[in-house]
Design a protein around this ligand. Structure first.
Ligand SMILES: [Cu+2]
Length: 180
């Protein structure tokens, strides 16, 4: 009887371990996969093309990019609108994940409709890294601000360049990217 119970416990422990290993493996794979899909931060020496992008309320100009796989692009992004906008190179799933972070920045009054409180941003980022909005795949600009972003596109699929300021993605502030 006790022997049987021990065996049962042993089997459960082994099964738990297997589940843990499998789930760890799955999460690692999907994370790597997610990153591979969008490319990586580019090197200035590899830039093959410079594209000027203007951000209006609430659209990009141009709003379509045709890119060769492996190409490194320097985007010179300028916010010519009257609202804060983001230029974020990602896939749909990543945009969905990023939107609550942006909403939290609005809640904390870091992100205002037409300005960014950079002092508050620094302070809050010490407690919550997400509030720092420091991502190599995106720039967040107040009106009249400019910033470059260098990106190396791999054989990525389903890339969208979009703005995750609350409400902007929903009204279609999305640029299509074709990679071939
Ligand atoms: Cu926007």
């Amino acid at each position: 009887m006790t022997h049987c119970l021990f065996k049962k416990k042993f089997i459960i422990t082994v099964m738990k371990k297997i589940i843990f290993i499998i789930s760890f493996f799955i999460s690692t794979v999907s994370f790597a996969d997610q990153n591979m899909k969008i490319g990586s931060k580019g090197n200035i020496n590899d830039v093959s093309r410079v594209i000027k992008v203007k951000m209006f309320d609430n659209y990009y100009e141009p709003n379509y990019f045709n890119i060769k796989a492996g190409e490194t692009i320097k985007f010179e992004v300028e916010n010519v609108g009257e609202l804060v906008h983001e230029f974020n190179i990602a896939n749909k799933m990543m945009h969905m994940k990023h939107q609550p972070e942006m909403a939290k920045m609005v809640e904390n009054e870091i992100l205002l409709a037409d300005s960014i409180d950079k002092e508050k941003m620094k302070k809050m980022a010490k407690m919550d890294k997400a509030m720092g909005h420091s991502h190599s795949n995106s720039v967040l600009l107040a009106p009249k601000e400019k910033e470059d972003i260098i990106w190396k596109f791999d054989n990525a699929v389903n890339i969208e360049i979009a703005c995750n300021v609350p409400g902007h993605y929903q009204v279609g502030m999305i640029a299509k990217v074709d990679i071939n």
